[in-house]
Ligand binder design. Sequence first.
Ligand code: SAH
Length: 260
Amino acid sequence: MTHVPRKRFGQHFLCDQTIIRQIIASLAPEPHEHLIEIGPGQGALTLPILKQVQQLEVVELDRDLIPELEERTQRAGKLKIYAADALTFDFASIKTDERLLRIFGNLPYNISTPLIFHLLTFAPVVADMLFMLQKEVAERIAAVPSTSDYGRLSVMVQYHCEVDVLFDVPPHAFYPPPQVQSSIIRLIPYQAYPHRAANYALFEAIVKQAFSQRRKTLRNSLKNLVSDDVWARSQLSSHLRAENLSVADFVAISNAMEKV
Ligand code: SAH
């Protein structure tokens, strides 16, 4: 039975063995680790990894793929399949022992940004994440301040994680080939945060509002969240725009509000 790739599930199956080997080498999975794959699809990564480590958990939304996946992996090792939507999946609930989770996958591109935001909420129980993303999204995640790629996604991911873009993957490595270039990215949640927001919800709200009106100066866009005396006491000019602030600056502004 051949599965026709579904656009609505963002299905682009990896078929280039060199790229598959390169991804697995970057992941470097070990048998004793708690590994979780998002979107195993037809098992391009799942099967060779399962053979290597003997046990693996996967989250797959498309139920039609599951019988074939079970069949293919039957003799390779112990595969636990969650037929679920990764966007709402409670990753913390599957942490059953002291091991932190290692999450990886060739992510469905149509949901990659909301999925990354969802995954950030589990940062404390995650050792690392290795994902295939659109190159453009990987660049936004890794962007530095005062560049056009820098935005809410960059700040929120970099608040929680060390970010490394590892290598690019061309469209012809997939079936069907996507319209865009892809990149492999590694995110390592900080065990000790370099900058810690005293009130995380406030920090989140400030970052969100600042970038929702990124052309405005911060004094304007954050009028209802950051008071004038905080700007006056901070080292930051209120003429700056959201894209000029580092993660440390956003944390400093939200922490200064906490002390008012
Ligand atoms: N890992 C495979 C497939 C990648 S395509 C490979 O590299 O070949 C993306 C996969 O994510 C598909 O299997 C798709 O069905 C699955 N998927 C799409 N949306 C999902 C969601 N919300 N939650 C979990 N899996 C999802």
